[in-house]
Design a protein around this ligand. Structure first.
Ligand code: ZN
Length: 380
């Protein structure tokens, strides 16, 4: 059943814009939504800690804590949304609209709305009776750099026993996913008239050498496999290439981008070392002409530790078997706190990042019950 208060919280949360975008014109501070959540959780008796996230455009994380001591449970989610497609929505993305058993709005499904589910779960719980701490974390910039979760993990402020990230998984526990890293290679040659190749340095020829080396790395990475994924191997994809001015000039500059999707258990550093080792001979042959850089910060691969059997607990509470996912989340950062971490929340990824994003209200009761179940199992 959908309560009036739940609808009100959802409406409030959706009404406060918190778009993240690499493009500064679209990017918004999430302070207003963080302050709103802080007020709600404070009223329930939580202690609130709001922290600016370094290296962002006025973005904040919120950690709400009730209870004290070791272990406990962390319920986490991101406070931001992606930008919306102007003109492609059938209603105002910031005005919650209920049509039959659906709430429409930007962030209803992915995933600001999750905080309304948490509030509903906590509403009538005797929180003062918890024997272990319960933490609520709202992060910043998940949709772009994951700077919020990255910063939170680096602080190591809390060490819960278990953590749930309420991304839309149709309430199926997600226990692992691949990582994602994107790189850019820049090559500076020297332009000149095509009639005399000796008068320049052809950047495209250097790129040819670099591509040969990258394809070898691709073959090496392909040997690494995890059969629980529909694409079992670690992939490297050549994605974009741009360079040169015209057929009668020596190509003076080119760049290309590619991505790698590491498997759980593979460290980003390990992949970077492979890439740099492969590119070193090209750099030796063509000194100071080739550079490799991250296109943006990487999202590491994630595999649940399951030290405290969170997988078994989640399977029991949800009735679903744990699955791998093919999208990246903040889970590797939360996992780095040293807790058993799962991605598990209401709604479907199929409705995420779409015009007319919605959450199906059939998720309300099962999600509220599930959250109460976790709290009772872990914090009582
Ligand atoms: Zn999300």
């Amino acid at each position: 059943m959908v309560h009036k208060k739940f609808t009100q919280w959802y409406q409030d949360i959706i009404a406060i814009p918190s778009i993240s975008a690499f493009d500064a014109h679209l990017d918004q501070s999430n302070l207003a939504i963080i302050e709103y959540l802080a007020e709600r959780f404070q009223q329930l008796g939580f202690h609130i800690d709001i922290q600016p996230v370094p290296g962002t455009r006025h973005k904040f994380n919120m950690l709400a804590t009730v209870g004290s001591g070791e272990g406990g449970l962390l319920l986490a989610g991101h406070s931001d949304t992606v930008p919306f497609d102007e003109g492609r929505w059938n209603s105002d993305p910031f005005a919650l609209k209920q049509v039959e058993q659906r709430f429409y709005g930007l962030g209803t499904c992915d995933m600001k709305g999750f905080f309304a589910f948490i509030l509903a779960a906590l509403e009538e719980m005797p929180l003062h009776k918890l024997r272990k701490p319960l933490y609520i974390l709202a992060t910043a910039d998940e949709e772009t750099s994951m700077a919020g979760a990255r910063f939170f993990a680096s602080q190591q402020k809390v060490k819960p026993q278990m953590a749930i990230i309420g991304e839309p998984t149709e309430l199926k526990p997600i226990y692992k996913h691949k990582g994602h890293m994107a790189h850019r290679i820049d090559i500076v040659g020297q332009a000149g008239h095509s009639s005399d190749p000796a008068r320049g340095v052809n950047a495209m020829e250097i790129l040819h050498d670099a591509l040969g080396q990258l394809l070898q790395v691709k073959d090496q990475l392909r040997q690494r496999k995890d059969d629980s994924f529909s694409v079992p191997e670690c992939t490297l994809n050549l994605g974009h290439v741009h360079g040169g001015d015209g057929e009668n000039r020596i190509c003076g500059h080119c760049h290309m981008t590619f991505d790698v999707r590491p498997l759980p258990g593979m460290q980003d550093d390990e992949v970077v070392a492979l890439l740099d080792e492969a590119l070193a001979p090209v750099q030796q042959k063509w000194p100071n002409r080739l550079t490799r850089d991250f296109l943006y910060p990487s999202a590491p691969a994630f595999g649940c530790n399951n030290e405290y059997q969170i997988i078994e607990l989640a399977e029991r509470l949800t009735g679903f078997s744990a699955e791998p996912a093919n999208y990246a989340t903040e889970a590797p950062f939360i996992n780095a706190l040293g807790c058993d971490t799962l991605v598990l929340g209401p709604g479907s990824i199929k409705q995420a990042h779409q015009p007319d994003e919605f959450i199906d209200l059939h998720y309300v009761d099962p999600t509220v019950n599930l959250l109460r179940g976790f709290i009772q199992q872990i914090c009582h």
